[in-house]
Ligand binder design. Structure first.
Ligand SMILES: Nc1nc2c(ncn2[C@@H]2O[C@H](COP(=O)(O)OP(=O)(O)OP(=O)(O)O)[C@@H](O)[C@H]2O)c(=O)[nH]1
Ligand SMILES: [Mg+2]
Length: 704
């Protein structure tokens, strides 16, 4: 299984809403294909895919896991199927994006009772972005509340006329073990022992009409692919030859004009084999793909990287994990040529050379060494020195950069500090490596508020990272809501501000005397200093000190200790003393004058405002929009996205701390949002009063 031809590789990702059965289905594939000899269960914590401690504890997937197996096509030749099982919980959407970036086919699994959910829609949108072949699996048909017809209607309603039923169940609930396949026009009877084996039978008379109807509809969608086929379809009904049907299915999958629907029970392993047959026979191999469009390292012009096994090697790293006892594992897909253990490649992001010391094929945590990985295949390599997710490694002769995964913006931020002061530096290093493993987890130091900030996709995401930090690095940390980086500015002009700094205490004294004018500047202009001194009333050698005094007071703020922005200061008069004047005196005079003048210039506090897009099922419209208003949010627009509603709005950052958690609770876990900084805006008076009094209180506490 070590070296396989690229045309025999199939790369698939399992995606869908949380808890729809992805991990269970992956387990079924491995069991049916003989990789494992007992079918693990998520509840028992013994699946191949969910092997991390936190996944076993929570009984859900947090990381995507890479697995692989062999499966024979109808030509009797084995395909290597690389499977990436992704987490469904929206906090871990980055894992889904990176998986879809490198697979050719996505399997979206849908719960037969719950139908299309937010996670289903989100998966679909991501497959649009990466143009994956797409298959829907209706799962949990063994449950009493399963409703196949309703779920199919739901899928068609959400994803349109390209959806085509390939199978329907004879019965659902406890008796679900027979499926009618409307491509082969056979009844498949599955054994109940979990191995997923089935026997083929003729379709019983009472189901023939229904089977014909579905067959007709399926062939119609397939025929859409090709004008000749379509004409034939209308002239001769559903009587396309097997070759024509095969051609139509393959092309339809490739062009995303056909989304076949299968029925399964992942936990009983019913339907799995049939899905694997379809994947082997009809979905794209890496060689069928259009070339990747990357670019040369120092040039952004599009550059094609065709999937050629004999070309110079180039690979793309889509995931990095650090595993106990192994160190860092980098998962990659080869996009050109082939790579061998021991090969040196260049990381085009930093120009550094990397040696591929040991290559592995992975099944969850189990590794098997590989000597060579060909174009299109997915594998892992250990101990790269300076390479991370989103990096391209390629040979010296073939410097290329493959398109990066566009990770979502974070939507929750916390301030973090070590319980033990001495640990600060070590914590910074640990946070950095956690970011390298998970690019949706971000770390920033805000010099303005002197806080280290961690950001991610939500509360569960950040908690997961903090737990990982504790178990891996053994640090105790404390978290709090981040301080808001307010700004201060003025609204009116003050023409004549005078400040004389004078001190006489024995020996040499201090003397600095300035007259300033303050004016508001347009937003974004920052600070402008004008020296309008004539006749040397303030000698030239003290002018830089005046400016320095102003810059310092502006960066530490006047009202609430936040940066002052968009002010023009003109120094137009002053005086000095031959002996007592020095730089310090002028610096003090300037900053005191500024402070005095600032308070008279109608000062205001500005707060950061974020652009926010919220997506949720329409039945929660009232709750979601009411909540936005209660956060001083402004609704800018509303759109409909299938059965989902999207609100575009602006919300002040200070009102967004718990938004991720609140939105989930308001929408039964089905809403999600994205945000990015927009601009600064005046805070309303009543909020300003509150901010000032909190600041004064904190100052008083700190000085005690
Ligand atoms: N009855 C029944 N239960 C199922 C089936 N498939 C999965 N389950 C159960 O549904 C629950 C969730 O299954 P998982 O396989 O963890 O679902 P998942 O999609 O991987 O979940 P996340 O990774 O958290 O998104 C578990 O309790 C499974 O045993 C099925 O076909 N029938
Ligand atoms: Mg899972």
């Amino acid at each position: 299984m070590d070296v396989i031809k690229p045309e025999l590789i199939r790369n698939i990702a399992l995606t869908g809403h949380g808890g729809c059965g992805k991990t269970t289905f992956a387990e079924g594939i491995l069991y049916a294909s003989g990789v494992i000899n007992r079918l693990g269960k998520v509840e028992e914590g013994n699946t191949v895919s969910d092997y991390h401690k936190d996944e076993i504890e929570k009984q859900l997937s947090i990381n995507s896991s890479v697995m692989n197996t062999l499966w024979k096509g109808s030509d009797g030749v084995s395909r290597k199927i690389n499977i990436i099982d992704t987490p469904g919980f929206m906090d871990f959407v980055g894992e889904v994006k990176s998986a879809l970036r490198v697979v050719d086919t996505a399997l979206i699994i849908i719960d037969a009772f719950k139908g299309v959910e937010v996670g289903t829609e989100a998966s679909f949108m991501m497959t649009n972005e990466y143009e994956n072949n797409l298959i829907f699996l209706i799962n949990k048909l063994d449950m009493e509340n399963a409703d196949f017809e309703k779920t199919v209607a739901d899928i068609k309603d959400s994803f349109g006329s390209r959806v085509a039923v390939v199978q329907f169940p004879v019965k659902t609930g406890n008796d679900f073990h027979e499926v009618v396949d409307v491509i082969r026009m056979k009844l498949l009877r599955f054994k109940p022992d979990g191995k997923g084996e089935y026997t083929e039978h003729d379709i019983p008379d009472d189901l023939k009409e229904k089977a014909n109807e579905y067959h007709q509809k399926f062939v119609e969608v397939v025929a859409e692919e090709d004008e000749e086929l379509l004409n034939k379809f209308f002239e001769e009904g559903a009587n396309l030859t097997d070759e024509e049907l095969e051609y139509g299915i393959k092309m339809g999958m490739r062009e995303r004009k056909l989304f076949p629907v299968f029925c399964i029970s992942a936990s009983k392993n019913i339907g799995t084999r049939d899905v694997l047959d379809f994947i082997s026979n009809y979905t794209e191999s890496p060689l069928d793909k259009l070339p990747e469009i990357g670019h040369r390292p120092n040039n952004d012009d599009p550059f094609e990287i065709p999937p050629k096994p004999d070309a110079d090697p180039a690979l793309f790293i889509f995931k990095t994990v650090s595993e106990r006892n192994i160190g860092e594992l980098s998962f990659f897909r080869v996009y050109s040529g082939k790579v061998k253990a021991g090969l040196d490649l260049i990381n085009e992001a930093n120009g550094k050379s990397e040696r591929l010391s040991q290559l592995f094929s992975m099944n969850g945590k189990d590794r098997k060494e590989m000597s060579e990985v060909v174009c299109g295949d997915i594998a892992a390599v250990v101990k790269l020195k300076d390479s991370h997710t989103n990096n391209t490694l390629s040979s010296k002769n073939f410097p290329v950069v493959l398109p990066e995964i566009k990770f979502p913006n974070p939507n929750m931020t916390l301030a973090i500090h070590a319980k033990n002061k001495g640990d600060d530096d070590k914590i910074a290093t640990a946070l950095h490596s956690l970011h390298e493993e998970d690019p949706t987890f971000l770390v920033n130091f805000n010099p303005e508020t002197s806080q280290t900030l961690i950001s991610g996709q939500g509360e569960i995401h950040l908690n997961t990272i903090l737990n990982r930090m504790k178990s891996k690095y053994n640090f105790e940390v404390e978290v709090s809501n981040p301080k808001i980086p307010y700004r201060e500015t003025i609204r009116s002009k003050v023409d004549n501000i005078e400040y004389k700094h004078k001190k006489q205490s024995g020996g040499r004294g201090q003397f600095g005397h300035v007259l300033l004018k303050l004016e508001p500047l347009e937003r974004g202009k920052g600070f402008e200093f004008v020296n309008a001194i004539v006749g040397g009333v303030v000698p030239g050698r003290f002018i830089p000190a005046v400016e320095k005094g102003l810059v310092e007071i502006m960066s530490s703020g006047v009202l609430v200790g936040c940066k002052v922005i968009d002010v023009k200061v003109t120094l137009f008069d002053g005086s000095y003393h031959n002996v007592d004047s020095d730089e310090i005196s002028f610096k003090i005079a300037a900053s005191q004058a500024f402070k005095k003048g600032f308070k008279d210039a109608s000062p205001v506090i500005l707060e950061p405002i974020y652009d926010v897009e919220v997506v949720f099922p329409e039945e929660f419209m009232g709750a979601v929009s009411g909540d936005i208003s209660s956060r001083r949010g402004r609704i800018m627009g509303m759109d409909v996205y299938g059965k989902l509603q999207k609100i575009t709005c602006q919300i002040p950052l200070s009102e967004m701390n718990d938004y991720s958690t609140k939105l989930r609770s308001l929408t039964q876990g089905r809403g999600y949002y994205d945000r990015k900084f927009s601009h600064y805006e005046d805070v309303p008076k009543e909020v300003e009063v509150k901010i000032i009094s909190e600041y004064e209180k904190e100052k008083a506490e700190n000085s005690n």
